[in-house]
Design a protein around this ligand. Structure first.
Ligand code: ADP
Ligand code: ADP
Length: 225
C-alpha cells in the first residue's frame, strides 16, 4: 500500500472548515511536499495522521492502516518532527530518547544503543549529555529529527523543519533529510519555502483553504510559474 492514501478528508472545527475534501496519494519511498499559506490546513492534516485531531469525514490510511481504527499501527509507522519545541527540559537529550524508545516498546538493554545510533545519525552525538534547552537552534532541529527517528518509522513527517534557520543550517538539514530519504524513509514535508520544496521533493501538493489545488513535480510547478 502507499505511504499515504487519503480520500475526501474533511475537518470542521465548529464553524471553520479546515479540510474541505482532501484526496492525496503518497507513494512509498517518495519525498512529498505539502505547501500552502498559513491557515491552509497543513497542521490539521498532520494532526489527523498522528491521531491528535479527529477527522470529521473521509478516510486516511498510512501504509494501509486506518489512522483511527488502527491507531497503534499507524502511530508506530510515523515519526513526527514537529514545529514546536515541546521537549523535556530536565534530562540530557540521550535520556529523553531512551525514554521515548522504552515507551515505544524497545527493551531497556537496547534503548541506549538506539539513542546513540540516532544521535550519531543526525550529528549531535557529542551533545548527548546536554539538556535540550542548552542546545543551539540548529542542534535543537537535529534533536527533533533524532526523536522522530528513534522508533525507526517508515514515514517521517517534517513540519517546517527549517523555519527561521540560517542558510548554512538549512543546507545541512537538507543534506540530512535527503540522506534519510535515500535510506528508504518516505518523507512528508511541510514548508513555506518553494525553493526548499523544489530542492527536496519528488512531488508537491499545494493546499489552500482546505483544498488541494495542485499536485505536481517541482519542475512542473516552475514551468507554470
Ligand atoms: P496551517 O497549518 O496550514 O496554517 P491549520 O491546520 O493550522 O493550517 O488551520 C486551518 C484552519 O483551521 C485555520 O482557519 C485555523 O484557524 C483553523 N483551526 C486550526 N485549529 C483549530 C482549532 N483547534 N480550533 C478552531 N479552528 C482551528
Ligand atoms: P505516541 O502517540 O506514541 O504517544 P508521542 O509523539 O506522543 O507518541 O510520543 C510520546 C513520547 O514523546 C513520550 O514518551 C515523551 O517522552 C515524549 N514527549 C511528548 N511530549 C512531550 C513533552 N511535552 N515533554 C517531554 N516529552 C514529551
Amino acid at each position: 500500500p502507499p505511504a499515504l492514501d487519503i480520500e475526501n478528508l474533511r475537518k470542521e472545527y465548529n464553524d471553520v472548515t479546515a479540510l474541505d475534501g482532501v484526496s492525496l496519494t503518497v507513494p512509498e519511498g517518495s519525498f512529498f511536499g505539502l505547501l500552502g499559506p498559513n491557515g491552509a490546513g497543513k497542521t490539521t492534516f498532520i494532526n489527523i495522521l498522528v491521531g491528535l485531531v479527529r477527522k470529521s469525514g473521509g478516510t486516511a490510511r498510512v501504509f494501509g492502516h486506518d489512522v483511527e481504527d488502527d491507531y497503534r499501527e499507524t502511530r508506530n509507522a510515523i515519526g513526527l518532527a514537529p514545529q514546536e519545541f515541546n521537549v523535556d527540559r530536565f534530562f540530557p537529550i540521550r535520556e529523553v530518547l531512551e525514554h521515548k524508545a522504552g515507551y515505544h516498546g524497545v527493551p531497556a538493554s537496547e534503548a541506549a544503543d538506539r539513542a546513540d545510533e540516532v544521535l550519531k545519525q543526525v550529528g549531535i552525538y557529542d551533545k548527548r549529555d546536554t539538556r535540550f534547552d542548552w542546545l543551539s537552534g540548529g542542534m535543537k532541529r537535529r534533536f527533533l529529527l533524532a526523536r522522530a527517528l528513534i522508533t525507526d518509522p517508515d514515514l517521517l513527517i517534517l513540519d517546517e523543519p527549517t523555519a527561521g534557520v540560517d542558510v548554512q543550517l538549512r543546507r545541512d538539514l537538507w543534506e540530512l533529510v535527503t540522506k534519510l530519504n535515500d535510506q528508504g524513509k518516505t518523507i512528508l514535508l511541510t514548508t513555506h519555502y518553494i525553493e526548499e520544496a523544489e530542492r527536496l521533493c519528488d512531488e508537491v501538493a499545494i493546499l489552500d483553504s482546505g483544498q488541494v489545488r495542485t499536485v505536481a513535480t517541482p519542475a512542473e510547478l516552475k514551468d507554470r510559474g
